[in-house]
Write a protein that binds this ligand. Structure first.
Ligand code: BG6
Length: 277
């Protein structure tokens, strides 16, 4: 019999969070029965391919990688359930996932590491606490990390994203040209693939599910990636429906435009809080 591959945090009141151990990908977050995350109808759950939607965990590389798969290996390996869902005194529910280096990870990236991913489901919030530890006595390593969150939205053209004005961004749709954002709110009406740098701790996305707002708070994640594939790129992705692009926006907190450099015996910590307002 195949081992269980999904873990459910249930806070009551139809508020749940479901994590697939493949990539520790959050594949559902329901608040009062309202799904907040987009997962493509064509997503593949074969335990090999990255899951198209939810919150894939990007580590240790963001983007193409000469020595391994695009966006690293963390989203395509099976994670360990370090601590099964447990109700805290507050009523919130917590679970912890982890990965260690293996022969597979070492075949691409020859470093020892330990990564823990703690999720806490609150009434209207989902908290993410991440720690990477370098247990080596003499090796320093560097990496990227990013939470590739696909928010579910009724129509991406009606969403506004705050907190980007004045930030420089790398525009991947224009061969990586660098610009400065002048708009107080960012809207999306075309293929968008941008790495905003040194962004503030908070963003708000308007007009998510049920016309509500989503607040993103992030700590130790200096970058914010904004991505929507739009018409042509949607058609080119086998695991993404041609007509699904209006129903999602990726607003991704990460440490990607410069690497995290982790000295022997030290740890890196970062976190994110998503809140339905
Ligand atoms: C985004 C990148 O974060 O992820 C895009 O900025 C990329 O360039 C997108 O196309 C999806 O990547 P993938 O590997 O899941 O198809």
């Amino acid at each position: 019999m195949a081992a269980t591959s999904v873990v459910v945090l249930d806070r009551g009141n139809n508020t749940t969070c479901t994590i697939n151990l493949h990539g520790a990908t959050v594949v559902s977050w329901r608040v009062n029965n309202q799904e907040q995350l987009f997962v493509s109808k064509q997503a593949v759950f074969d335990g090999k391919k990255a899951i198209r939607g939810g919150i894939p965990f990007i580590f240790p590389q963001f983007g193409p990688w000469t020595i391994g798969p695009q966006h690293g290996f963390a989203r395509i390996i099976r994670w360990h359930l370090e601590k099964a869902p447990e109700r805290l005194a507050s009523g919130d529910v917590e679970a912890v996932f982890s990965i260690l280096d293996t022969d597979f990870t070492r075949s691409m990236w020859n470093y020892p590491f330990r990564l823990t991913y703690r999720l806490i489901l609150r009434e209207k919030e989902l908290h993410f606490n991440i720690a990477v530890y370098n247990p080596s006595k003499d090796l320093t390593f560097s990496f990227n990390m990013l939470l590739h969150t696909y928010f579910k939205v009724p129509d991406v053209r009606r969403c506004q994203i705050t907190g980007l004005q004045g930030c420089t961004f790398i525009d991947k749709t224009r061969e990586g040209a660098v610009y400065q954002e002048v708009r107080d709110v960012v809207t999306i009406n075309e293929w968008t693939d941008r790495i905003y740098q040194n962004t503030p701790q908070e963003h708000i996305i308007t007009n998510v599910v049920s016309g509500r707002k989503m607040r993103i708070q992030k700590y130790n994640f200096p970058d914010t990636v904004v991505w929507n594939p739009w018409v042509d790129n949607a058609k080119d992705m086998s695991d993404f429906g041609d007509d699904e692009y209006p129903n999602m926006v990726c607003v991704e907190a990460g440490h990607v435009s410069s690497p995290v450099i982790l000295l022997p015996g030290t740890a890196f910590e970062a976190s994110q809080i998503l809140q339905v307002m």
